[in-house]
Design a protein around this ligand. Structure first.
Ligand code: FNR
Length: 181
């Protein structure tokens, strides 16, 4: 099962990307493919009406080919980063031809160095995914807080509580993918 991973941060040393990588070993039967979103020109319908940028076309094809989606995002100003919103917009168009169509399974993980764990971003993302017809895993909700303290030098969870949460999420998401595929 090929799962497209969309990370909401473009930063080289992103803690969000590290958390995404740390989750993957807890889902050994799934194949994760990180998809670049930082290269996508800002959505502008004029380009769809003339010549869509090749980066849009490649991104749309990868979204269409995926068996499911894992969204791992930081919170920017209590919502999702613009780069991630742009990726959703690009993937959703042209109208009636969304590359996310098909009620495919997905999951949302929000990540923050602070206490709230990106709750605002998590739910804003879920709101858009309802419209995009991505079937988002409900439980466990993943608000990964104090993220800078969670991983060791190898990028694995340090504490048992984090491991247990990642195990719970991994089992639930794997089951969700298998159930809906
Ligand atoms: C942030 N940050 C942030 N954090 C948070 O928990 N809630 C928020 O609303 C915001 N808002 C916000 C806006 C902008 C523009 C930036 C750049 C940052 C802090 C953010 O969580 C922190 O920079 C993380 O390290 C970003 O994730 P990556 O890039 O490390 O994955």
């Amino acid at each position: 099962m090929a799962i497209a991973v969309l990370v909401g941060s473009l930063r080289t040393d992103s803690i969000t990307r590290k958390i995404a990588r740390a989750l993957e070993p807890f889902m050994p039967s799934l194949q994760f493919e990180h998809v670049e979103i930082g290269n996508l020109p800002l959505y502008n319908q004029d380009l769809d009406d003339t010549t869509p940028p090749p980066e849009w076309t490649a991104f749309r094809e990868r979204m269409r080919a995926a068996n499911g989606y894992l969204f791992v995002t930081p919170e920017y100003n209590r919502t999702i980063p613009g780069a991630l919103k742009n990726a959703l917009d690009v993937g959703s168009r042209p109208g009636g031809k969304s590359s996310f169509a098909g009620s495919k399974p997905g999951a949302v993980v929000s990540v923050s160095p602070f206490l709230l764990g990106g709750f605002g971003a998590n739910h804003h993302l879920r709101q858009a995914l309802v419209f995009l017809d991505v079937a988002v895993l409900q439980q466990p909700e993943m608000y990964v807080n104090k993220a800078l303290e969670l991983l060791d030098d190898e990028g694995a969870p340090k504490q048992d509580a984090t491991k247990k949460l990642f195990e719970k999420f991994g089992a639930a998401f794997t089951g969700w993918i298998n159930r809906l595929s």
